[in-house]
Write a protein that binds this ligand. Structure first.
Ligand code: ADP
Ligand code: MG
Length: 408
């Protein structure tokens, strides 16, 4: 891929130019309180590089899937940001993202200032399947940049979407990879081409059906795939074992059986847990015990038992595979880590990732949240991916519209 980077744009010079930046500001909310501002903080370096260089920055982003119109609150006064930079937030008396208030606010922007436009998803054209509708919205966004504008995509979490602010604007303006997108692409490339071996992939999470396409594409690429989380029960069932009341996707059993068969021909080894922590019910304080993975129904809870974590033997075996690897990709918690009693498997994997010499990548929203809530620091890992769905689609081998449009 030969895309132009932010550094190239900065070298061209941006003083006085309107630069449209697509950021990922899609933070988790509890009511109207931001519960994790990680994505906002991660977005600041690119915005600062541009404002420091004298650009007039127009930031687009989405937040959730809003229904109805913006509330049209009064414009807050321009604010001095953390580093003394002026950042304006657009108010919405007219109730749209590219309407008169956006035009006025953009026109009054000074060199070195940034304006955050309203949530692009308030405009239905942003996500429209109709090229002309999306194009019309993109035209209005691009019009805000005057006649010497440029576009920077810094929203890796949205590159798998063919949306106006991600895709269509890039067909209309000289376009550049923001640092966040650039880093993600470099990392993901290391996981798909010329990967350092042994390449160990750890997959968990809730549903195997969410991850099938990734598994499919990793067969023949990964040396070892360690299977944990809710999906492990479909693997156990595919091997003919009973899983009591654990999460099981029966319709996926034949698919998993096909993977197991293809993997052995392709030189990829699936490793499924040998022991499992089984609980009486799905609850933080549920009674639980560790049993052999092929004897889940023999636990004290019989057919009621629910497997909520991998057992300690499996965690140790997985950890030793991770320590022997050169590249590790991890997606999906090993158990219901949200409950302390069932977090040991996930903790053991995170710990092993911090101890291995391998290049380590953590992908997936819940996996990233898990390592943080379990007390690990981001810099203990090679890379924590910011875009859950986008990184998985990249590893599935899909074309990502937001990236291919930047490829020239
Ligand atoms: P990611 O967002 O990292 O891709 P997923 O969304 O696939 O991960 O899955 C995360 C969820 O999987 C967590 O909320 C966790 O509680 C759940 N999970 C893990 N193991 C099990 C299990 N054995 N049974 C039910 N849910 C599980
Ligand atoms: Mg998730």
């Amino acid at each position: 891929m030969t895309s132009h980077t932010l550094n190239e744009l900065l070298a061209e010079g941006v003083r006085g130019r309107y630069i449209l930046v697509r950021s990922d500001l899609n933070v988790p909310l509890d009511g109207s309180t931001v519960t994790d501002d990680g994505r906002i903080k991660a977005s600041l370096p690119v915005l600062s590089k541009l404002t420091d260089a004298g650009a007039r920055v127009l930031v687009t982003a989405h937040l959730g899937r809003p229904k109805g119109a913006p509330r049209g609150e009064a414009l807050p006064p321009p604010r001095s940001g953390p580093a003394g930079r002026t950042c304006r937030l657009q108010g919405h008396p007219g109730g749209d993202t590219v309407g008169s208030s956006a035009k006025e606010a953009a026109a009054s922007l000074q060199d070195g200032e940034a304006l955050v436009l309203e949530n692009v998803r308030f405009d239905a054209r942003e996500t429209s399947k109709d090229d002309a509708e999306r194009g019309a919205f993109a035209d209005e966004l691009v019009a805000l940049t005057g006649d010497n504008g440029a576009y920077v995509d810094d929203a890796f979490g949205a590159v798998h979407r063919k949306h106006a602010s991600v895709y269509d604007v890039a067909t209309r303006l000289p376009s550049y990879l923001g640092d966040l997108v650039h880093t993600e692409v470099e990392v993901l490339r290391k996981l798909t081409a010329d990967t350092q071996r042994p390449y160990v992939v750890v997959l968990g999470g809730s549903k195997v059906s969410d991850k099938l396409a990734v598994i499919d594409n990793l067969i023949g690429k990964a040396d070892t795939i360690l299977v944990g989380g809710g999906m492990l029960f479909t693997f156990l069932a595919a091997a003919g074992h009973k899983v009591a009341s654990s999460l099981l996707e029966e319709d996926q059993i034949p698919v998993v059986q096909d993977y197991l068969k293809r993997a052995s021909d392709a030189g990829t080894q699936f490793v499924v847990p040998t022991d499992v922590v089984v609980a009486e019910k799905f609850a933080a304080d549920a009674a639980h015990e560790t049993v052999a993975a092929d004897a889940i129904e023999d636990s004290s809870f019989g057919a009621q038992g629910i497997g909520l974590d991998i057992g300690p033997d499996s965690a140790a075996a997985f950890a030793s595979r991770i320590k022997g690897a050169k590249t590790v990709f991890w997606n999906g918690p090993m158990g219901v880590f949200e409950f302390e009693a069932f977090s040991a498997g996930t903790r053991a994997i995170a710990q092993a990732l911090t101890e291995t010499e391998a290049f380590t990548v953590v992908g997936g929203g819940d996996s990233a949240a898990a390592v943080r809530t379990l007390g690990f620091a981001d810099d203990q890992f090679g890379h924590i991916s910011t875009g859950g769905g986008a990184s998985l689609e990249y590893l599935e081998g899909k074309e990502l519209p937001g990236l291919s449009v930047l490829d020239r």
